[in-house]
Design a protein around this ligand. Sequence first.
Ligand code: MN
Length: 153
Amino acid sequence: MAKRVLVVEDNELNLKLFCDLLRAHQFEAEPVRDGREAVARARDFDPQLVVMDIQMPHITGLEIIQHMKRDPTLRAIPIMAVTAYAGRDDEERIRAAGANAYVSKPIGLVRFMEEVRALMPAESPAPAPAPAPAAPETGTEEAPQPKGPGLLF
Ligand code: MN
């Protein structure tokens, strides 16, 4: 199942670029253009990662990160901040707010995908196979072999 990435970015070109890139790498990308919708959309979409622009109208990415990290249902979702800020103070504030990674624009496509993969939670283990049915206690014929999931391939 494709991993879901919520992309919060007010710049239409960047938003399309990030989403196209993620989809080309088999992620499910959900665009959010208005930061004021980001928290509700995160609840609905339940992403494995949020890519967060910082400079946006109405609400900054920094405020959204703070909000998400205070929310018990959202705080575990890794957040990758993407920003044109250059100052070290800005980076520290963004990390202090709870961003799990900080990448400054312009960002190369390879670096972007490396950061995305680094933040993805590990694959959850495959579910255990169902226990085999008990063999019949009587009769001389061999019990039929249970069909395990491996036989489907
Ligand atoms: Mn922006």
